[in-house]
Write a protein that binds this ligand. Structure first.
Ligand code: COA
Length: 147
């Protein structure tokens, strides 16, 4: 997972330890896809502590060699189906304005699940940038709600 995240060159790369903890403590709300015995993609997420009906998707990534085959969409759908029995009905994620692939991915998930997709401002650059001279792009909140 760490290698796939690193190779995207667009995701914020967490420490290997952070991915290991996510695999232990958030396995129920995360998923990996395997191709030929190797991890080809992953979704990390958690149920929001103050809103347990909501899956917050932290990162989604598919190895470049396996993109365009529906793997990201399948992982998100499987995760939502799996968590539905535990009462999860909403999905939230944040996306930057420049990440067209991610916008298309979540738009596609919403359409396939016959759900509504709404977009709101969430984090401005000053919320997430350690230094003003190197601003992080703003993150918009995407919410998928059952129709
Ligand atoms: C975003 C990403 C996870 C998509 O993975 P993928 O397995 O190729 O996506 P899928 O094949 O499941 O595609 C799902 C939908 O998104 C669309 N899509 C995927 N990549 C796209 C792109 N680069 N441009 C436009 N649309 C795209 C597909 O056409 C599909 O739409 P459809 O169902 O209407 O046909 C992958 O490109 C990636 O790892 N990118 C780098 C990391 C990243 O930006 N992650 C998201 C932010 S956390």
């Amino acid at each position: 997972m760490w290698e796939i995240a690193r190779d995207t060159e667009v995701l914020d790369l967490n420490s290997t330890y952070a991915y290991t903890l996510l695999c232990r403590d958030f396995a129920d709300s995360s998923i990996v896809a395997e191709r030929d015995g190797a991890v080809a993609g992953f979704v990390t997420g958690y149920r929001r502590p103050d809103r347990p009906d909501t899956l917050f998707v932290w990162q989604v990534a598919v190895d470049a060699a396996h993109r365009g085959h529906g793997i990201a969409g399948l992982m998100l759908n499987d995760l939502l189906d799996h968590l539905a029995v535990a009462g999860v009905t909403r999905l939230e994620t944040t996306i930057t304005a420049s990440n067209t692939a991610s916008q298309e991915l979540f738009g596609s998930v919403a359409r396939r699940r016959h759900s509504t997709l709404t977009v709101h401002d969430l984090f401005a650059p000053h919320h997430i940038s350690p230094e003003e001279s190197d601003p992080h792009e703003a993150e918009q909140l995407y919410v998928i709600d059952p129709a």
